[in-house]
Design a protein around this ligand. Structure first.
Ligand code: PHB
Length: 365
């Protein structure tokens, strides 16, 4: 057992990451958020693995956990072994996870996901993945038959969009049934909502493409449906304004994401979660902060010092950490004690069952 010294306790109290935070109706014990991370360990039927109960419980000292992305429908899947939130078995498995986190005093949001074009016909009985426009992303996806080149998706007809809004609404309802504290919409990293938002992937000429206002129409329709289910305060939205992952581009990220941020702020959602490398030049994040009246979460390579500094300078309310949480289940404890962090093994990010998943020890035995 390691005992904190009085000095360590004092420095911890003075550090903004350790201040409690009121996120709407939710009391967070600190400002350290576990970022959503795909871990690819779901079972047949994309049912969360029972190991996930241990994994998330081990990390419940985060002020808030945001789960790995979880598809809202069979149409929304693009990876093997990612969990869903659309079947009774999935809901039952998630309920055990949320209960385990709650027993530890933690808070947990589910990330609602539709991958759009980042998929393959192998996932859809041979049918094409869907997207705002028929533009192929570069790269490969891992299907049950191994890696395969991504294909040109089928452009969605406008008449199909209300049905996808309903997929998200049902996912939100299922998340409620599963005992989550709230939901985060995955509007980042080149998946469906992001594909509509950015003009590199959206070449539509109808009400859902062209102007920024049109491009964010579908993402906002989805947000409103999820607010219907959860109330505005328990809904978050994640963006990656300058991320190039999944072949994403936009001609004016600052304008695009400023507009989206203002509309999300008008809807009164609980938080905006922006992922963008802290070290990048021409970051859009600082321009979004003053446009959003709710809680602002930053993510992207922060450590304890830069996270504390971001909150102290008013650049963020909460700081999300991804990779450091993989090998350091007790990350807040380690940050508080200035303990060194365990290194994460990338070989077990997406494979290994318990190895590299639930076998990283906490400092306190
Ligand atoms: C991935 O599995 O590579 C992945 C999933 C969700 C993300 C980013 C990456 O947001």
């Amino acid at each position: 057992m390691i005992h904190a010294t009085a000095a360590a306790k004092d420095s911890q109290a003075a550090e903004p990451l350790f201040e409690p935070y009121q996120l709407g109706p939710l009391h967070l014990s600190n400002r350290i958020v576990m970022a959503p991370m795909t871990r690819s360990r779901a079972l047949d039927g994309n049912v969360p693995n029972p190991l996930a109960e241990i994994y998330y419980r081990q990390r419940a000292s985060a002020g808030l956990i945001i789960t790995e992305a979880s598809q809202v429908s069979p149409q929304g899947v693009g990876y093997i072994r990612t969990p869903g939130i659309h079947s009774p078995e999935q809901i039952a498995a998630w309920r055990r996870i949320t209960a385990a986190v709650a027993r530890e005093g933690g808070k947990i949001f589910l990330q609602l996901w539709h991958v759009g074009r980042i998929s393959h016909p192998d996932f859809h009985d041979g049918a094409l993945p869907v997207a705002p426009s028929a533009i192929a992303p570069e790269g490969e996806v891992f299907t049950a038959q191994g890696p395969k080149k991504m294909v040109t998706p089928r452009a969605l007809d406008a008449s199909e969009l209300p049905g996808i809004v309903e997929q998200f609404r049902t996912g939100a309802e299922n998340a409620k049934a599963a005992g989550f504290d709230g939901v985060e919409l995955h509007g980042a990293n080149g998946y469906l909502l992001d594909q509509f938002t950015r003009d590199g992937s959206n070449h539509r000429t109808d009400d859902y493409g062209g102007s920024i206002e049109n491009r964010v129409r579908f993402p906002l329709d989805v947000t409103k449906a999820v607010i219907d289910v959860w109330g505005n305060e328990r809904v978050g939205y994640r963006v990656s304004p300058t991320g190039a992952y999944n072949s994403m581009t936009d001609s004016d990220p600052r304008a695009t994401f400023s507009y989206l941020t203002q509309r999300l702020s008008d809807l009164g959602i609980g938080y905006l979660h922006v992922t963008e490398p802290v070290s990048a030049e021409n970051r859009v994040t600082p321009h979004l902060r003053p446009l959003f009246k709710g809680t602002f979460i930053v993510n992207g390579g922060y450590d304890a010092a830069s996270g504390n500094a971001a909150i102290a300078k008013g650049e963020a309310d909460l700081v999300a950490y991804g990779v450091p949480f993989i090998a350091n289940p007790d990350l807040p404890y380690r940050f508080g004690r200035k303990a060194s962090l365990a290194a994460t093994d990338p070989a077990t990010f997406y494979t290994g069952e318990d190895k590299g998943y639930t076998d990283y020890p906490a400092l306190r035995a």
